[in-house]
Design a protein around this ligand. Structure first.
Ligand code: NAD
Length: 332
């Protein structure tokens, strides 16, 4: 089976080449370019393609892939908001993902962002490097006995609940379904109550029509003053212009973002000063209490190994006609 991998970096090649030792039937060709309508035709002669979080797997891309005979699209990610599921269904294409490769990797990064914002670690680091050992501007607050509000308590949100519980925080959560495994230490509340009572709010629900811009001016105004907001899920859960307004209103002690709305626009790949100057992400970066990382929540050794192993197993399951929870279109 020949698979064309899009948007690959050296670490993808390393992890997939190690995992491939157990899958001699699979041949991989690695591309640096991402999957989008202009690059979809490169899949001619392959059996499957593999994309990542920024891949454009919309209608047009799917039409081209279908015309090239591709019946399987592998995603090296958990989220699949970048896929036009209806079109894929219409063409009978299978889309397989890696739903839970290492929830702790992302949850630990969410807590790292919360701690870094709260204790001004980036500022402290820069000050000490400049030989400034004063503590001015570095005061934070104890997380111990404060309230963590977790939105979305699936695999990653549950891991974040456990971490916050370990910090001695009261943990409240909002989800459309309650996670039974958390019932001993998590109290489910309405979104309004969560926004009103939390000292730390962390977003862990997927991006869907119902969650698009769930954090906007109205929801920001309901939050406590001095709250820390962390988003490691998907950028468009937060309306960036409103977040900027909230920061200007001094609503937040800190904002930690691993994901941001412009991620898929490749704003930062085309590093023209003009584009950067006008991007909302650059505007966010101008605030001293905002910390942005570049979608690295998943980026641990363990997670990469697990992504590679599951992705290749997904390809084998496709060949064997086995359907399961990694299929985003449940037909069986
Ligand atoms: P999951 O499917 O296990 O959990 C998602 C949870 O969100 C579920 O419990 C679901 O019921 C809940 N949910 C759905 N709609 C909701 C709503 N309207 N309000 C509140 N909760 C709602 O997913 P997961 O593995 O925990 O991943 C969560 C998200 O994290 C993914 O969708 C992806 O976008 C993101 N992610 C980010 C990274 C990263 O590197 N930063 C890596 C992996 C995943």
């Amino acid at each position: 089976m020949k698979i064309l991998f899009y948007d690959t970096k050296s670490y993808d090649r390393d992890s997939f080449e190690s995992a491939r030792i157990n899958y001699p039937e699979i041949e991989i060709e690695y591309l640096k370019s991402d999957l989008e309508p202009r690059t979809a035709a490169l899949a001619e002669g392959f059996d499957a393609v593999c994309g990542f979080v920024s891949s454009n797997i919309g209608k047009q891309t799917l039409e081209i892939l279908h015309a090239k005979g591709i019946r399987l699209i592998l995603l090296r990610s958990a989220g699949f908001n970048n896929v036009d599921v209806d079109t894929a269904k219409q063409y009978g294409m299978r889309i397989m993902r890696v739903p839970g490769y290492s929830p702790e990797a992302v949850a630990e990064h969410a807590m790292a962002l919360a701690l870094a914002c709260n204790r001004r670690i980036y500022k402290a680091y820069n000050k000490v490097r400049e030989n400034d050992f004063s503590l001015s501007g570095l005061m934070g607050f104890n997380l111990y006995q404060k309230t963590a509000g977790i939105i979305g308590t699936g695999k990653i949100g549950a891991a974040m609940c456990r971490i916050c519980h370990g910090f001695g925080m009261k943990v409240i959560a909002y989800d459309v379904y309650e996670n039974e495994s958390l019932k001993d230490f998590v109290e489910y509340v309405s979104l309004e109550k969560l926004l009103k009572e939390s000292d730390l709010i962390s977003l862990h629900c997927p991006l869907m029509d119902s969650t698009y811009h769930m954090i906007q001016l109205d929801t920001i105004k309901q939050m406590k003053d001095g709250v820390i907001l962390v988003n490691t899920s998907r950028g468009a859960l937060v309306k960036t212009d409103d977040l900027i307004e909230g920061i200007r209103m001094h609503k937040f002690a800190g904002v930690g973002l691993d994901v941001y709305e412009e991620e898929t626009d490749n704003v930062f790949e085309d590093r023209s000063d003009e584009i950067l100057k006008h991007s909302t992400t650059a505007r966010l970066l101008s605030f001293p209490n905002v910390m942005i990382t570049s979608h690295q929540g998943f980026f641990t050794r363990e997670a990469l190994q697990s992504i590679a192993q599951t992705t290749l197993q997904n390809a084998m399951d496709f060949l064997a006609g086995i359907y399961g929870p990694n299929d985003i279109i449940q037909t069986h």
